[in-house]
Design a protein around this ligand. Structure first.
Ligand SMILES: [Zn+2]
Length: 112
């Protein structure tokens, strides 16, 4: 499972960042294009955290919408449904992804 290996990576980074402090919440930014199901990610975390110093922590997943920018009309539109790289304003295919590819450990809440 893809989410399980992501959680292992998160635990390594979070343990290092926590430096022995007790972590209560781990805040993640996850782009829509990352094909990650937030519920699956938080469930996998409950398995992975058991083997770490982060056993009392929870994941808080902030999903970032996929937005594309059009080279032809300069519009920025939200990608909808099946990701298709077409401008939502003029229909041009000359677009670039602005947001939606994030996978970022944004912050940790620590006790005390
Ligand atoms: Zn356009």
């Amino acid at each position: 499972m893809h989410e399980l290996s992501l959680c292992r990576s998160i635990s390594v980074i979070a343990e290092r960042a926590a430096a022995g402090r007790e972590v209560t919440t781990i805040h993640l930014d996850v782009g829509e294009l990352r094909q990650v199901v937030p519920e699956t990610l938080t469930y996998c975390w409950t398995i992975v955290r058991e083997d770490t110093a982060l056993a009392d922590s929870v994941l808080c997943v902030n999903q970032i919408p996929a937005v594309i920018a059009c080279d032809d009309c300069q519009a920025q539109t939200r990608m909808r449904g099946i990701p298709i790289l077409v401008c939502g304003s003029c229909g041009s295919g000359h677009v670039a992804v602005v947001t939606g590819e994030e996978f970022l450990l944004r912050s940790l809440d620590v006790r005390g």
